[in-house]
Ligand binder design. Structure first.
Ligand SMILES: Cc1cc2nc3c(=O)[nH]c(=O)nc-3n(C[C@H](O)[C@H](O)[C@H](O)COP(=O)(O)OP(=O)(O)OC[C@H]3O[C@@H](n4cnc5c(N)ncnc54)[C@H](O)[C@@H]3O)c2cc1C
Length: 595
């Protein structure tokens, strides 16, 4: 293989990317100019009316202009990444990058099964905007790069990068997430990791199907779900037959969902038949499937269809079929779930991150709109009930971002050998995945409504964010599956439960409502049932979020969160904070400059 001299990893650094945005001062100026043009109406004017009371475009804006994000990054050990993060935030909020997000979703990927001569090619074509987004994401270290970086906080920096770059669009986060997540699973087979890891961690985006080892960077996907079962992968029927070469098998079967099928390599689950008297035990096992074999010929990876999905439309999700497909065993035979769970641990964190990103992005959009829109003689942002809605959304967004970064910090420290943080990560990631992704659809619907009818129209971008939100609680373990996984962690890993309560104890005595909720949680652990799993996990998530806010957020935020989410002084929809809530304090923090 080609040995690549790895550049030192500088998160978010990529010189050519520094062009194309003007920085905060320029951004504000440009927004003002756009607003003036809007107020003047169409350059040629309308015969019947002037266009008024419509907000100027939000872009360009700074997607990293969020104290919650920046404080969390410092707290979790990635202060060194802050300057790059700020640049990436301005890049994400640039008009150009925002347009890429829009175009990549309007011009959806197209499957080409055959070439003009009838040969199977099984390729997916994407709009150039998709490639622009991917190039920045990989180039800024949002795929596998942190695994090649020894600096404490490297995984936090990547998560924070996702929180800002995700303001462009969510679909391309799928292959970058899977590439990031494949690395620790692949390490179960060191000789494969030696070949592929340097390419999966490279900051080079090189699309197209070519011999993997001749490319400068690779992307990875995963194939677990089959028609008869996704959550219960033990029902997989894809068969893996050992070849004469040790560790090499051929696969026959199908997958019902395999996203980003133009990735270079996939981690795939299949049922191995015992390795023909060679000592293997058989059973569900994990395999590495490259789309192009080391000799440059195509592996069999027949893409039957692409899914017609609710959202996530920039990203292709396919149904591949394997027939004589060459695959390399990763980890021991029969240990497929144990091997691939290393990948799932990472993609679950990214689901939490993506939900938090959608919340922040739609909150920023809502805040911008209501600042520039008036009704009944006053700006919407000045109307008390609208302030309540925005403040309630802001609390939710802050809790989601803070928890995301805490989970990223735990992952970072766990990777570096911290057993306590590994135990915390084990349970808290499943808790966060359950709760934060569950809040996404309601949150994005409410933020969309802040724009009134404009929010329901595709041009606003809000329908796209709204459609994306439910996906994050489906893949990588649907709601029930995550809730049950928390019960499993409680049952099998006393250290995980202990780590969670140790974390909660750090906030003991700071807020009586939190203390009461933690006592309720402790009592609820006894005799926890499957039927009550969601209730229990919800309480875990809320106590965990509250404990973080009590320790790290301003009193206005922590108090309102505890009063509503724990103290019961709350309605059933967003915008029902009690009169005692300090709305001004919450909004000044959440929407700087939006007063
Ligand atoms: C856009 C998209 C892209 C995807 N990409 C990929 C991919 O790249 N690779 C891949 O492998 N998969 C992928 N998936 C599949 C996804 O991971 C599965 O859909 C998901 O894991 C759920 O599996 P399932 O669809 O088979 O549903 P099921 O397993 O049938 O579950 C249906 C419902 O039952 C619930 N349930 C399951 N077990 C229990 C239980 N014991 N008790 C109570 N409730 C239960 C689940 O929570 C869910 O709500 C993708 C899915 C989507 C929508």
């Amino acid at each position: 293989m080609t040995t690549l001299a790895q550049e030192p990893y500088e998160p978010f650094e990529e010189s050519e990317e520094s062009e194309g945005f003007e920085g905060a001062a320029g951004a504000a100026g440009a927004a003002g100019a756009a607003g003036a043009a809007g107020a003047a109406g169409h350059p040629e004017g309308y015969a019947t009316h002037d266009v008024t009371n419509q907000p100027p475009p939000l872009a360009p804006y700074d997607a990293s202009d969020d104290p919650v994000l920046l404080e969390g990054v410092r707290r979790e050990g990635a202060v060194w990444a802050e300057d790059g993060l700020r640049r990436l935030g301005r890049r994400a909020g640039s008009a150009e990058a925002q347009e890429w997000g829009d175009l990549a979703n309007r011009h959806e990927p197209v499957l080409r099964t055959h070439d003009r001569y009838g040969n199977r090619v099984d390729e997916v074509e994407y709009h150039p905007s998709w490639h622009h987004l991917m190039r920045v994401a990989v180039g800024k270290g949002l795929a596998g790069a942190p695994w090649a970086d020894d600096r404490p906080g490297a995984h936090v920096a990547r998560t924070a990068g996702g929180l800002v770059w995700g303001h462009t669009e969510a679909g391309h986060g799928c292959p970058t997430s899977m590439t990031y997540a494949a690395v620790p699973a692949l390490r179960a087979q060191p000789e494969l990791a030696k070949v592929y890891e340097p390419l999966l961690t490279a900051r080079e985006y090189e699309p197209g199907l070519r011999t993997p080892t001749e490319k400068r960077g690779l992307l990875a996907g995963m194939g677990m779900t089959e028609k008869q079962g996704g959550s219960d992968v033990r029902t997989n029927t894809t068969a893996a037959t050992p070849t004469a070469e040790p560790g090499v098998y051929t696969l026959r079967g199908h997958k019902w969902f395999t996203s980003a099928p133009m990735c270079d390599v996939f981690l795939v689950l299949a049922q191995a038949s015992p390795a023909g008297g060679k000592g293997g035990k058989g059973g569900l096992s994990c395999f590495l499937v490259p789309r192009v074999l080391p000799d440059g010929t195509r592996n069999t990876f027949r893409i039957q269809r692409l899914k017609d999905k609710l959202g996530n439309r920039s990203n292709a999700s396919s149904e591949p079929e394997f027939d004589g497909t060459v695959a390399w065993l990763v980890g021991p035979e029969g240990q497929g779930v144990k091997t691939i769970i290393e990948m799932v641990n990472c993609t679950r964190l990214d689901c939490v991150m993506s939900s938090a990103t959608l919340m922040r992005k739609t909150l920023v959009e809502a805040g911008h709109h209501v600042r520039h829109r008036s009704a009944f003689g006053a700006r919407l942002v000045d109307q008390p009930l609208m302030r309540n809605v925005l403040a309630d959304l802001a609390l939710e967004s802050e809790a989601a971002t803070t928890l995301t970064l805490r989970l990223a910090g735990a992952a970072d420290r766990a990777v570096r050998g911290d057993a306590g943080e590994a135990a915390f990560r084990r349970i808290a990631t499943a808790v966060g995945k359950y709760w934060v992704t569950k809040r996404g659809p309601a949150f994005t619907a409410e933020a969309l409504e802040c724009l009134g009818g404009n929010g329901y129209v595709e041009e606003s971008g809000m329908p796209r964010h709204y459609r994306e939100a439910p996906l994050l609680s489906i893949w990588e373990g649907s709601g029930n599956v995550n809730a049950l996984d928390v019960l499993r962690a409680l049952g099998r890993s006393p250290a995980a439960a202990q780590a969670l309560f140790d974390e909660l104890a750090l906030a003991r005595g700071a807020d009586a409502r939190l203390d009461t909720a933690v006592a309720r949680l402790e009592a609820g652990l006894t005799g926890a049932s499957e039927t009550g799993a969601r209730r229990l996990v919800e309480l875990m998530a809320l106590t965990l979020q509250a404990s973080l806010l009590v320790r790290h957020a301003p009193p206005a935020v922590a108090d309102a969160f505890c009063a509503t989410r724990l103290g019961g002084d709350w309605g059933h929809s967003f915008g029902t904070l009690p009169d005692t809530a300090d709305l001004d304090g919450i909004l000044a923090r959440a929407l700087p400059g939006e007063g």
